[in-house]
Design a protein around this ligand. Structure first.
Ligand SMILES: [Zn+2]
Length: 580
């Protein structure tokens, strides 16, 4: 991952390694491009044996994703010594050129094994990065069986690697955790998922030049936007195979040096209330929890993070989100380092030559202690596969209206009213749902809930029992009998309880605006319990929900008070807790 928050010197350095202009973005295979745009005849790509039952696909990917396959891909990836964006493109066995040709050849191999249904291509673009003009992402397209909504689901990872020097093409940069792990995951999914038939098109992507500024993903997102490719969602995988904490790690992260966590994965995404990115994270978790976890040998915990990425860091999901596409990032719970290689005291593996597959402790010539946990990587691969498959086979998302009455949320569907069932996700204090209700009939549903503010979204469920992606979110206050009788006048400004609370490192502070507010300046002031202001953040007061993310930093605990101040007057205060 690239570090954001660059010093002025860092910024100058970054500008000198990559010019901003990207030109001549093109798919080297026209067919691959046309399929992504939805211009194709699905019967031309039909499998000899069609397997499209979601339960069979889910069980199939769980059984077929192999830690040995993942290990084998990583062994080949490290043999290229470096995958720096500016490294050799001519050599047959060293550098980014050899690596991307090998990834391309694997996609072709998996296609040959599956009725030639997978179309491999490069997404080529021109941009001056590390002294090199032309760059290539590698991708493969698995055409869907139904072109009615033309949407595509992308599973991606950056394949480029680095050591301390951003453009050092001479150093050994095997980049195993960052991001051989994600590259292997994408390859394994192309292999396993190509056996099955999905309604919608799947695209497997490995990008270049993430490390110099998310350049490969930026080119892909721009290409999709320019060509009206309807991206349903992007699952970005970056640093997804390691399980051990380094000395440093970008917050929120590791509990401490050498801590091991092989049963948790973090999902990062942008936004809070009504964020489709967070909605996608909740969907990924729900599909795993209900379809895979009950029968998993080692069940995984999925944590939906508040921030778009670790503090000061970024990844390939961001350019897609910036172009308006729904996108999120998978990252291991524990990381070896915060990549601050210039600090002088940096002793971790990330962004150094030490980001290798492991060590040979007894010096017998073979690795015997691994930095990548292949079983952990396989479990994360299955989570991706199951979510992407359900996104590609599921029904259409409904729209709805929401009101409240005494003790109830009242939902009315306004589109997609013909499905056999619906799921209603209700959340209150965290990034995740408290409860996901299953309802039938409709289009009107009432759900009894406790008093308080509830945030609601809705999904369709088809005859196979598979959910669509969830709708937009709406919020409603459910009041008890006293409040209803008192007919309390609605406040024009409501300072909401922060989410999540308690928080680990970052939290979302929201103000609900119920009517037009005239103001010059509004901000949220955060004070510790001694009354000392630790932060002041401006907030807009537009109709509806207005949000700001407060990053408190890791390893600082305690209680704080936040106050909404409008034109110098304190409007309301609430207490929040940081627990890590
Ligand atoms: Zn990375």
């Amino acid at each position: 991952m690239k570090r954001f928050r660059l010093s002025l010197m860092g910024l100058t350095l970054l500008l000198s390694v990559s010019g901003y202009a990207q030109t001549a973005i093109t798919s080297t295979d026209t067919l691959a491009a046309q399929v992504m745009m939805g211009n194709f005849n699905p019967t031309a790509y039909a499998a000899t044996t069609v397997i499209d039952d979601p339960a069979i696909i889910s069980a199939g990917v769980q059984a077929l994703v192999s830690s040995d396959s993942l290990h084998a891909y990583l062994d080949v990836l490290r043999s290229f010594q470096t995958r720096n964006t500016g490294s050799d493109t001519m050599s047959a066995d060293r550098g980014i050129g050899a690596a991307r040709r090998w990834v391309f050849s694997k996609f072709q191999q998996f296609s040959a094994e599956n009725d030639n249904r997978l179309i491999s291509s490069y997404l080529q673009f021109d941009q001056l990065i590390c002294g090199m003009e032309r760059h290539r992402n590698v991708f493969a397209v698995l055409p869907g069986a139904d072109t009615s909504d033309k949407s595509v689901t992308i599973i991606e990872a950056h394949m480029d690697s680095r050591c301390a020097g951003l453009c050092d093409t001479g150093c050994i940069a095997e980049g195993m955790e960052d991001n051989g792990s994600g590259t292997a995951l994408v390859l394994e999914l192309a292999r396993v998922m190509s056996r099955y038939t999905y309604k919608r098109t799947l695209v497997f992507v490995t990008t270049t030049s993430e490390e110099q500024g998310l350049n490969g993903a930026t080119a892909f997102a721009k290409y999709a936007d320019d060509n009206n490719i309807k991206i349903r969602g992007v699952l970005n995988n970056d640093v997804i195979g390691g399980v051990t904490c380094g000395h440093t790690s970008s917050p929120p992260s590791c509990p401490g040096f050498k801590d091991i966590d092989s049963t948790q994965v973090r999902l990062f995404s942008y936004g809070g209330f009504n964020s489709f990115h967070k909605g996608l994270c909740r969907y990924i978790k729900l599909e795993y929890k209900e379809m895979i976890r009950p029968t998993a040998t080692v069940p995984m915990d999925i944590t939906i993070m508040t921030a778009e990425d670790r503090t000061g860091r970024g990844g390939d999901h961001i350019p897609f989100r910036q172009k308006g596409f729904t996108a999120m990032r998978f990252t291991a719970a524990n990381e070896s380092g915060d990549a601050n290689v210039s600090s002088g005291t940096y002793a971790d593996r990330q962004h150094t030559s030490s980001d290798s597959l492991g060590i040979d402790t007894d010096m017998d010539g073979t690795l015997d202690e691994y930095y990548v946990d292949f079983n952990y990587l396989a479990r994360n691969t299955v989570i991706n596969a199951n979510a992407a498959a359900m996104m590609a086979v599921g029904p259409r998302t409904p729209d709805f209206t929401l009101t409240s009455s005494l003790g109830n949320l009242n939902i009315t569907l306004i589109t997609e009213t013909g499905y056999p069932a619906y799921r209603v996700g209700v959340r209150t204090t965290t990034n995740d749902w408290d409860t996901v209700y299953t309802v039938t009939g409709g289009p009107d549903f009432s759900i009894p809930v406790d008093n308080g503010n509830h945030i609601v979204s809705v999904a369709s469920v088809d005859a196979n029992g598979i959910e669509s992606l969830f709708s937009k979110e709406l919020q409603a206050n459910v009041n008890g009998i006293d409040e209803v009788l008192a007919k309390k006048e609605q406040q024009p400004l409501q300072l909401m309880q922060n989410k999540p609370n308690p928080a680990d490192e970052a939290t979302m502070i929201s103000v609900l605006v119920n009517g037009q507010v005239a103001y010059k300046r509004a901000y949220v002031s955060i004070k510790d319990m001694s009354g000392k202001e630790v932060k002041r953040m401006d907030i807009s007061l537009n109709m509806g929900m207005n949000e700001i993310v407060y990053e408190h930093g890791y390893n600082a605990t305690g209680q704080f008070v936040y106050t909404l101040v409008v034109d110098g007057a304190a409007v309301a205060s609430k207490t929040m807790v940081f627990a890590n």
